[in-house]
Design a protein around this ligand. Structure first.
Ligand SMILES: Cc1cc2nc3c(=O)[nH]c(=O)nc-3n(C[C@H](O)[C@H](O)[C@H](O)COP(=O)(O)OP(=O)(O)OC[C@H]3O[C@@H](n4cnc5c(N)ncnc54)[C@H](O)[C@@H]3O)c2cc1C
Length: 572
């Protein structure tokens, strides 16, 4: 199928909010793949299996970088049929990624921005934060968080992929068997019109927490399941609570168990109630029981329209390695975390953003295939960190009897009286852009913030118009970006050219004062936000990757810059 034919076949998003029964999700057409009935077996450079938020983000990132791929999904829609949304909160880093991919405006128009969170224990507010007041959150072009139903983002990704071309989305294409050897992988795919076989250089497993690939390849992983039980009520109200994240460690209206309250798009509130460990899911989700629970929280006179009710339990899982031969694991197929802190989908998006530019660079012959190993270094560290952080929250919310319960009791008591103890209230540490501290693709040196995410801060283009880091990254079109802060003499320019000549790199000067720019490519940083985002204390250079992470920084134009460049391209 040609990309043009695909574009015509693709549907636009058409969600319909239907009162009382949740959402009607868009349905995408099944298009018979060209391989059906073909005698020869086609080889594809990249095959993504799974069209959830992770697989679709990867597909969109590859499309943006002009890299051909096909995506197989067994379903014909986004989201989960018959359910409401799983994910609701999306972090600044994810929003920055979506802006780079060209779908942020759709998300911002539909979603709800928030930055204030309040935690209660009993009748008392024990902790609050405003992310806009914290650190660098307010420097980015994107807000700290947007709440929106996960399927909207997935639908926007589908639309955007159709606009960009290069990637073919194959709905109702289910992976049923898989083998691999040193040269390629072989995938058997079932469709409503029969099955077919394809080969692939690289396969991405984005099939979620029940990954068949993980089972077939017998990938080792650690798994933990607790007895904590929750029940979501997605509702619409006549009254409007504040647009803030409210969490109760001990809610008097929920038998002193935890409760979450958040607004999403379409005026739908997610109220998530912790249940007794031995509770019966069928009972706690019965409409009369849910209504009774809601009326205890909001008062008997509040009119509530129930959009969806979903009881759930969670587990935590993490693979021991992110790659098995030609297969890369990402999103929930690599790790599963409890929902506290919104770390599941957001890290799936980050996994995808991390691998996309590396796959694209290798496919275009602009990086060595060894660069792909850094995906495992970086994203396994992130996965482990997210599992650790969410497990701590889970234990705070459902402490074991004995010392853990005593600690929590003491922590709540202290937090009510003393500000220093407020941070002990762990109702979910919100997801962040995970730093990479042990990546072979980053160059760690004293004073360098290598491995940290560079925020999407504002800057000025040479002609004075407003710009941002993402626009610079898009201009670099998948190559590395070398930002040179400060004056550049003729000799410096020559040296830079000699050192970096021929490398897949776009260099840009950022004068730090009022001096004239010497390099042809330059931007202005009038408020110093760009330099701050690269964490450079004084003039020097910063090597920024297409995923907005700092690969290295330094002061002099010497062999260290060349070494850092080589490391970022998998050449060392
Ligand atoms: C109650 C709850 C609240 C949450 N809240 C948040 C939140 O606020 N923020 C957040 O970031 N995360 C949140 N999460 C987590 C988030 O929903 C998941 O981490 C996310 O859905 C993982 O996305 P994924 O694309 O990796 O996997 P999935 O969404 O599971 O997608 C997998 C895809 O693979 C396809 N597939 C499976 N097998 C095959 C096959 N054999 N062949 C072809 N296709 C196949 C499926 O059809 C599906 O489309 C929440 C989760 C829950 C349960």
């Amino acid at each position: 199928m040609t990309p043009t034919a695909y574009k015509q076949a693709a549907h636009t998003n058409s969600y319909e909010f239907t009162q009382g029964s949740g959402y009607q999700l868009p349905e995408y057409p099944f298009v018979p793949p060209p391989e059906l009935g073909e005698a020869r077996t086609r080889r594809h450079p990249i095959v993504i299996v799974g069209g959830g938020i992770t697989g679709l983000t990867l597909a969109c990132s590859l499309a943006k970088l002009g890299t051909p791929a096909i995506l197989l999904d067994e379903d014909n829609t986004v989201g989960v049929k018959g359910a409401s949304s799983r994910g609701i909160c999306y972090t600044q880093k994810s929003l920055e990624i979506f802006q780079r991919l060209g779908l942020y405006d759709r998300i911002a128009t539909k979603g709800i921005q928030w930055s204030v969170g309040r935690t209660f224990a009993g009748e008392d507010e024990v902790y609050s934060f405003d992310l806009r007041q914290q650190g660098g959150y307010n420097l980015s072009q994107q807000p700290p968080f947007i709440n929106i139903q996960q399927f909207y983002i997935e639908g926007f990704l589908v639309e955007r992929i159709a606009e960009l071309g290069h990637v073919e989305l194959r709905w109702q294409n289910r992976l049923t068997a898989f083998t691999q050897n040193a040269d390629f992988a072989t995938l058997t795919v079932e469709t409503p019109a029969g099955s077919y076989v394809i080969e692939a250089d690289h396969v991405i497993d984005a099939t979620g927490s029940h990954s068949p690939l993980r089972q077939w390849l017998q990938v080792p992983f650690t798994s933990k399941r607790g007895d904590d039980r929750w029940c979501i009520a997605d509702v619409r109200f006549t009254k409007r609570p504040p647009v803030e994240r409210h969490t109760w460690v001990e809610a008097p209206f929920n038998e002193n168990r935890a409760v979450w309250q958040h607004l999403m798009a379409d005026d739908v509130w997610r109220i998530d109630y912790q249940m007794a460990p031995d509770s019966d899911p069928a009972h706690v989700s019965r409409e009369d029981v849910v209504r009774e629970r809601l009326s205890r929280q909001f008062g008997p006179d509040t009119e509530v329209e129930i959009v969806w009710v979903g009881p759930y339990a969670y587990r935590s899982e993490c693979v021991h390695r992110m790659r098995e031969g030609r297969v890369f694991f990402m999103g929930d197929s690599a790790k599963v975390v409890s929902p506290f802190g919104a770390r599941g989908g957001n890290t799936g998006v980050a996994d995808a953003d991390n691998l996309a530019w590396k796959l694209a660079a290798v496919w275009r012959g602009r990086a060595h295939p060894a660069l792909l190993e850094s995906y495992g270094d970086e994203r396994l560290e992130a996965a482990q960190q997210n599992v650790l952080v969410t497990n701590r929250t889970a234990r705070f919310l459902r402490p074991a009897d004995g010392v853990e319960r005593l600690f929590r009791h003491a922590a709540i008591g202290l937090a009510k009286k003393h500000p220093f103890a407020r941070t002990l209230m762990n109702t979910g540490r919100m997801a962040v852009a995970n730093p990479y501290s042990r990546s072979r693709a980053c160059t760690y040196a004293e004073g360098s913030a290598a491995g940290q995410s560079v925020q999407n801060v504002a800057l000025r283009w040479a002609n004075g118009s407003a710009g941002c880091v993402n626009e610079l990254l898009n201009w670099a079109a998948g190559d590395l970006l070398l930002l040179v802060f400060g004056p550049l003499g003729r000799a410096d320019l020559q040296r830079l050219k000699t050192l970096t000549g021929g490398a897949p790199l776009r260099a840009v000067q950022v004068p730090t004062g009022r001096e004239r720019a010497q390099a042809t490519e330059h931007v202005r940083d009038p408020d110093g936000h760009l330099r701050a985002a690269c964490q450079l204390a004084r003039p020097g250079w910063a090597l920024v990757r297409p995923d907005g992470y700092l690969a290295a920084s330094g002061a002099a134009f010497d062999g260290r810059l060349v070494a850092a460049l080589e490391r970022s391209l998998g050449l060392r």
